[in-house]
Design a protein around this ligand. Structure first.
Ligand SMILES: [Zn+2]
Length: 263
């Protein structure tokens, strides 16, 4: 039997946003603006052989600088999900935005293998990542930390597809950022797609509405198509920032802040 995993979404932060803020050029839809809460998650895929952390959340400083509400810092949130930092064997970074890599320093002293796409790393450590419309979504000190990890041989750079571990694949889709990746995980109840910021809200997929922060609009639309194809093949899609994740997957027995995607 191939490897299968338990998958958890950990809701560590939140904020109040609005549709006009969240969807690219919202005025083209000719609808009134409406409040839209935004949740912040990272994800855990684990079985007796390994524990894979997908993204790490924002740092207290990175969140505070943007007025985000941190519900749990990365390590306590991970412990709430039942995993100790030392137990993490792999960390996959879907992209380098502050709310996905900010918790990474907590794992510097562990043996976890850290993985992200080469295109994402090259973009954010290169000159274009410093231009204003990109730079506000990242923290310079956190990008420096990526450079340090790379120099120390701790950070593996992946091509467009990569097996993270048996049953877990990283797939680069681009769009939201140049090297944005999604992660597919094999579970006992079929494949799960951790879409991260390729799909912040289900409305992006279901109404074909791109998100407001975009590096390539054509790639973002193409990523929607690719994720729909996975969904049509039976995969369950976990959106990256949507409070509906709790509604669609949540279980009464879940501990606070933890959503069981698949057992
Ligand atoms: Zn992002």
């Amino acid at each position: 039997m191939s490897a299968q995993y338990e998958v958890l979404a950990v809701r560590y932060g939140t904020r109040q946003a609005s549709a006009a803020e969240v969807f690219l050029n919202y005025h083209v839809y000719r609808e009134p603006d409406r409040p839209l809460p935004m949740d912040y998650f990272f994800w855990v895929a684990r079985n007796p052989a390994r524990s894979v952390l997908i993204d790490t959340g924002f740092s207290p400083a990175g969140g505070a600088a943007r007025g985000r509400t941190m519900l749990m810092d990365t390590v306590p949130a991970l412990r709430a999900a039942g995993t100790a930092p030392d137990a993490v064997t792999h960390i996959v970074l879907t992209h380098a935005h502050y709310d996905h890599i900010g918790g990474l320093p907590a794992f510097a002293g562990t043996d976890a293998e850290i993985l992200m796409t080469r295109d994402e790393y090259d973009f954010w450590t290169g000159p274009m990542g410093r231009r204003g419309q990109f730079a506000h979504t990242a923290e310079a000190s956190e990008l420096d930390h990526l450079r340090e990890l790379r120099a120390a041989g701790r950070l593996t750079l992946a091509g467009r597809t990569r097996q993270v571990a048996p049953g877990i694949e990283l797939i680069q889709v681009g769009g939201h950022t140049p090297g944005q990746a999604i992660v597919t995980v094999a579970t006992a109840s079929g494949p799960v797609v951790l879409a991260s910021d390729a799909v912040h809200y289900y409305e992006e997929l279901e109404r074909d509405r791109p998100f407001s922060i975009v590096a390539s609009l054509a790639d973002m639309y193409a990523a929607f198509d690719q994720i729909r194809e996975l969904a049509n093949g039976g995969a369950r899609v976990v959106a990256g920032h949507d409070p509906l994740v709790a509604e669609r997957f949540g279980h009464p027995a879940d501990p606070p802040g933890v959503i069981t995607i698949s057992r």
